[in-house]
Design a protein around this ligand. Structure first.
Ligand code: 5GP
Ligand code: ZN
Length: 127
């Protein structure tokens, strides 16, 4: 595992516990990490547990697993479990899946990651 990480990569340092990160799920292929600057509450990053710069140097099976996790997260977040007003404010109505590949495409951390951004009706976020 250690050999598959890059010493100067911030996400590799989180994967190997050299710096802190809020990990919400981990399996052999992926880690789900809370974004340090969330665009909306609950914004997470799905990252591979070994270093790939982005989708261009990754086996398709890894990309498929990342998308499977994004699908499961979206399904779980948008499943209504209660109709009471206290939980209504936390209801997620949809997600944005965002994957920036390459600096020309807004990628700033060069360890592949798929953003999952929870959205609510009228949340005021315009993109
Ligand atoms: P990009 O523009 O590369 O798609 O997005 C990089 C994301 O990584 C940004 O949303 C940013 O907030 C997040 N990020 C950058 N550094 C850290 C960090 O040290 N920890 C965590 N958890 N997220 C980070
Ligand atoms: Zn890395």
């Amino acid at each position: 595992q250690q050999l598959l990480l890059e010493p100067n990569c911030i996400f590799c340092k989180i994967l190997s516990d050299q710096i802190p990160g809020t990990k919400v799920y981990e399996d052999d292929v992926c880690l789900i990490l809370m974004d340090i600057h969330p665009i909306r509450p609950g914004h997470v990053l799905i990252i591979p547990t070994r270093h790939y710069d982005n989708i261009m140097d990754m086996p398709p099976t890894v990309a498929q697993h990342m998308m499977t996790l994004a699908h499961q997260m979206t399904a779980a977040l948008t499943t209504r479990t209660s109709t009471s007003s206290t939980t209504e404010q936390f209801t997620c109505h949809g997600t944005n899946l965002l994957w920036n590949n390459g600096r020309a495409a807004w990628q700033t951390v060069m360890h592949a990651h798929l953003h999952v951004i929870p959205r609510q009706k009228g949340d005021g976020l315009g993109f």
